[in-house]
Design a protein around this ligand. Structure first.
Ligand code: HEM
Length: 134
């Protein structure tokens, strides 16, 4: 039986963020891609930008081929302790409140601009027909 893979802490993996020392976290696994930096068809800068975080989405977004996935095995150095990985960045600032505040009065004013002249016109007609009858 193969020996258990080494489990790395996120903090430790994140330190390897240089061209000459580059580790990646992809799908719960840790890869030391230092020897691959010059040969990566996507360039070394994208690999560097994928350090210090869970790079699974970055890796999958590119749509890597099966041969790329086979290649990864060469650089596998262990698993990541997932409890040490910071939560994914999902910053969606709730901007709806100021939006509605701005739009509601505008909407009411537009309706009033339409209704007030109609009301005045109706009033004029009512007064006119009332005075005519007399
Ligand atoms: C161990 C990790 C990785 C391996 C072995 C690897 C391997 C490869 C290979 C073989 C290709 C050529 C196209 C293909 O066969 O799919 C490629 C392209 C590419 N990779 Fe990676 N890659 C890795 C990680 C990453 C990561 C983390 C990113 C993004 C941050 C990335 C971004 C790209 C880009 C942008 C291309 C170029 C796509 C194109 O222009 O056609 N790669 N990679």
């Amino acid at each position: 039986m193969a020996s258990d893979p080494k489990v790395h802490l996120f903090e430790e993996v994140a330190k390897h963020n240089k061209t000459k020392d580059c580790w990646l976290i992809i799908s719960g696994k840790v890869y030391d891609v230092t020897p691959f930096m010059d040969d990566h068809p996507g360039g070394d800068e994208v690999l560097l930008s994928a350090t210090g975080k869970d790079a699974t989405n970055d890796f999958e977004d590119v749509g890597h081929s099966d041969s790329a996935r086979e290649m990864m095995e060469k650089y596998y150095i262990g698993e990541i302790d997932t409890s040490t990985v910071p939560l994914k960045r999902t910053f969606i600032p709730p901007q709806q409140t100021p939006y509605n505040q701005d739009k509601t009065p505008q909407f009411v004013i537009k309706i009033l601009q339409f209704l007030v002249p109609i009301f005045i016109l109706g009033l004029a007609f009512a007064v006119r027909s009332y005075t005519k009858e007399k």
